[in-house]
Design a protein around this ligand. Structure first.
Ligand code: SAH
Length: 350
């Protein structure tokens, strides 16, 4: 339980400065502490350039992180790692580390559970519990860096939860990760994915940072979309497209559309044509993802030929399309396979 202490990662630098000032210590102490925590120190006792008295005072007010690894699964196929984190209140959340030639990419959760209810996605199955704090997101990235001994170079917010349903924390988190005195991760190496929350897409367009945006479309029209994504009832297809046009005009940046291919549901030639027509002329890229298995849904992946045909039709509209490589499926770490767990934090495995 929380014991009234603050997660030190929930604080901006100025806030930490004030707190340390309240303890009767000068600003440069705050700088030292800040440096330690972003270099991965996981205990105040390791902060050897601080006096024992100050370390004790810090311990009384703060804890570092608030996300500890309780389980780590490593894919035999591709080295992808799935982490189960325990938070201070006993809740757990999953995130994934993917290793690419160009660096280490973390696919991070932004909420405990999800209330969007997409029928193909495991993250919705147990409903929504709460948002993650900025500090809990930061703590996941730093714990993963500590665990691998390697720098995280890319962040994608495609784990559990709808990032735009936790908008303010997500934006603060991205800004924090970009700061030179934290992890210094370039905005261009960050991606936020949304199931299509229109007001937040427009807000995001105005943030004036070059973070990539992905929109999970999964259908070429409202009828198909509503049958698999309840949020489509709130935000119709046309409104999403308008918001996407605003985004590309405002930022000059390409948008990525995620399209999960589900056999017999949204993968017909007629769907591909309609999608091509709707998206043609928009500065975008389409990412096709043959649906990953989620026990409850009963959906089946489109076969390779279907995926190829679907891809070719869209290419015929002059739109760039790729098929997403599947990583970590043997440890249920692939897209849509992360879910809120109800286990408690006593399952330390190596
Ligand atoms: N809520 C956000 C981010 C989380 S999901 C969003 O909806 O975009 C990350 C991506 O995985 C989304 O495009 C999502 O639609 C997709 N996805 C979910 N379940 C999937 C499944 N079973 N197979 C393949 N992709 C899936």
């Amino acid at each position: 339980m929380n014991s009234g202490k603050m997660n030190i990662f929930d604080l901006e630098f100025d806030e930490l400065k004030n707190e340390i000032n309240k303890l009767g210590e000068p600003v440069f102490r705050a700088k030292q502490v800040w440096q330690w925590i972003y270099q991965g120190a996981d205990s105040f006792d390791n902060m050897t350039n601080l006096s024992k008295a100050l370390r004790d005072k810090l311990k009384e007010s703060f804890y570092i992180g608030g996300a500890s690894i309780v389980e780590r699964l490593i894919s035999k196929k591709d080295g992808t790692r799935k982490y189960l984190f325990a938070l201070r209140d006993g809740k757990v959340v999953e995130s994934v580390l993917m290793r690419y030639r160009y660096g280490n990419s973390v696919c991070l959760s932004t909420q405990i559970g999800c209330r969007m209810g997409c029928s193909f996605c495991a993250s919705s199955k147990l409903g929504m519990d709460r948002n993650l704090s900025v500090g809990e997101m930061v703590a996941q990235v730093i714990a993963i860096q500590n665990d691998t001994g390697q720098r995280v170079s890319h962040i994608v917010l495609m784990g559990i939860g709808e990032p735009f349903d936790n908008y303010d924390n997500v934006i603060k988190f991205l800004r924090r990760m970009n700061q030179e005195d934290t992890l210094n991760i370039s905005y261009r190496r960050m991606t936020v994915s949304t199931c299509g929350l229109v007001p937040e897409i427009i807000r995001f367009a105005k943030e004036e940072f070059p973070v990539n945006l992905s929109v999970s479309l999964h259908a070429p029209n409202d009828e198909v979309r509503r049958s698999i994504m309840p949020i489509a009832r709130k935000y119709p297809f046309d409104k999403i497209l308008t918001a996407c046009h605003i985004y590309t005009q405002q930022t000059g940046r390409r948008i990525t559309f995620e399209y999960t291919l589900i056999n017999g549901i949204n993968d017909g030639n007629e769907h591909a044509k309609e999608l091509g027509e709707r998206l043609s002329g928009l500065l975008c890229h389409i990412n096709l993802i043959p649906v990953n298995t989620v026990e409850e849904s009963g959906y089946i992946k489109s076969d390779n030929k279907r995926v190829d045909d679907f891809k070719k039709i869209i290419e015929g509209y002059g739109l760039p399309v790729t098929v997403r490589r599947e990583l970590g499926s043997d440890i249920s770490a692939a897209c849509g396979q992360l879910r809120k767990k109800s286990v408690e934090s006593d399952r330390m495995v190596d």
